[in-house]
Write a new protein. Structure first.
Length: 155
């Protein structure tokens, strides 16, 4: 690949990266509106990416899902919280039932339901189940709080 063909590729990748960041909301709350395991606008993986954006003021992930509320992480879109002081609030504002992060569809070896790698993260009101090849919640960050969750049938 010569230098002239690399320039449009670099510009294209830069613009597509800007487009992805532009889809994240301003303020302190990002809302999950679908149960997609892909990193698409409105998914849990997308919300966590928005939370982690450099310079983001977002601190809280909330859910507003009307339909099915089961989220099955994939090996490509693992769920990790990398922002200190973040809150994952699992109460479903959409009335579609409790939010369930389910590892029943194998996502790969030693897959965790949720990886908390930053300090002082709060995770509450979720059901995390069936991660038999990893942990339901793997906490690396200090001072984190896990409360009012149902954690079952994990390794």
């Amino acid at each position: 690949m010569n230098k002239l063909t690399r320039i449009p590729l670099v510009i294209s990748l830069f613009i597509s990266g800007m487009h992805a960041m532009a889809q994240c909301p301003n303020g302190t709350i990002v809302t999950v509106i679908n149960n997609s395991s892909a990193n698409v606008n409105g998914s849990f993986a997308w919300a966590l990416d928005c939370l982690d954006n450099v310079g983001s003021t977002l601190t809280t992930v909330q859910f507003n899902i009307n339909g099915a509320t089961e989220i099955q992480p994939s090996a490509i879109n693992l769920l990790s919280v990398n922002k200190a002081g973040a809150t994952i609030e699992g109460v479903n504002l959409g009335g579609g039932g409790p939010i369930v992060i389910d590892g029943g569809n194998p996502a790969g070896p030693s897959t965790n339901g949720l990886l908390i790698s930053s300090p002082n993260v709060t995770v509450q009101d979720l059901t995390i189940q069936n991660f038999t090849s990893g942990r339901g919640i793997n906490i690396i960050g200090n001072g984190s709080t896990v409360q009012q969750n149902i954690i079952k049938a994990n390794l």
